[in-house]
Design a protein around this ligand. Sequence first.
Ligand SMILES: N[C@@H](CCC(=O)N[C@@H](CS)C(=O)NCC(=O)O)C(=O)O
Length: 201
Amino acid sequence: MKLIGSNSSPFVRKVRVVLAEKRVDYDYVLANPWDAASNVPEYNPLGKVPCLVMDDGGAVFDSRVIVEYLDTINPVNKLIPASGRTRVEVRCWEALADGICDAAIIARLESMRPDNLQSADWIARHLAKVRLALGAASRGLAEKAWCCGTAFSLADVATGVALGYLDFRFAEIGWRDDYPNLARLNEKLQKRASFVDTLPA
Ligand SMILES: N[C@@H](CCC(=O)N[C@@H](CS)C(=O)NCC(=O)O)C(=O)O
């Protein structure tokens, strides 16, 4: 099994953290999806990473489908509840955290366009989504040790990856002052080997 990805992508990091937590061996193949000569579309027609390529050549994307699959392949550290309300809650945390990354990436890509083509409104709109989603995550976490229920889950993986991405690309947001409970969670998560070994670069 090989994972096609890049070290700056939060979605790839989420998958790599899950692979590490599940102790699954894989080959990591670096690819730059933004490169015009990228071979990513050969595997994922959307041209996006992460993409998991199975031993029989079948390709699995996107990150939510990949982590769902990975959680089923062994019983080590189950990260997604099997069914019911808690399963939906974990997936909703993941959607919120992925949404933070999506909005932050859109804002970043817009800010990288030539000055005369940039829309300040478009950037502000997406950074507002990041702030609102951080507030929702903070309220959802409250004083709990983990995002969902009483155990470490995909909800924590996705949230830690989103917070790590903000530190990587949007350090100026300074979310720790506004959300000390997220800071406490994040400090705990970033010490895990799965997070240490996948720091964005
Ligand atoms: N929803 C997708 C998002 C993946 C995504 O946006 N990947 C970015 C890198 S962070 C990418 O490959 N972008 C290339 C492009 O949009 O052409 C997932 O969860 O895997």
